[in-house]
Ligand binder design. Structure first.
Ligand code: 4NP
Length: 144
């Protein structure tokens, strides 16, 4: 199973989803590949936002070694599931898809809900972390 988490900058939401899912599959001993990417390229090569690193660390997950990358069309072939954080991401990623097979792999991480962007609101990092953790646990139960 290969899962790619996608947001706008790849420094806040998708690194959290990446890190939490990675920690869960390691605990379960599953042979899954988890990664993340951003639709935008502004932060390529950077570590996650320090607030995302801090909230994850508080919950026992280390995301400090991640580096941002920009989503590339080949990702849509390389992953079984491309899970996007909000509807704006969804539009951008669907626009990149060129085949029905690629389109079928792309969906909202929360199914019918968006993960709010915490970038401009320090107080949102913990609620976002909790949302992400709950959903990652549910996905693990669903797909393992
Ligand atoms: P993310 O948050 O998409 O969850 O990584 C953002 C990070 C950076 C920017 C916007 C959102 N930005 O505009 O640089």
């Amino acid at each position: 199973m290969k899962i790619l988490m996608v947001c706008l900058g790849n420094i806040c939401r998708s690194p959290l989803a990446h890190g939490v899912m990675q920690a869960l599959v390691e605990t379960e001993g599953l042979d899954w590949v988890i990664d993340s990417a951003g639709t935008g390229g502004w932060h390529v090569g950077e570590a996650p936002d320090r607030r995302a690193i801090a909230v994850a660390r508080r919950f026992g997950v280390d995301i400090s070694g991640q580096r941002a990358q920009q989503l590339h069309p080949r990702h849509l072939d390389d992953y079984d599931h491309v899970l996007v954080m909000d509807r704006s991401n969804l539009r951008h990623v669907l626009a990149m898809a060129q085949t029905p097979e690629q389109r079928a792999r792309i969906r909202l991480f929360l199914d019918d809900q968006e993960v709010p962007d915490p970038y401009y609101d320090d107080g949102m990092f913990e609620p976002v972390y909790r949302l992400v953790e709950t959903r990652c646990n549910a996905l693990l139960q669903l797909w393992k």
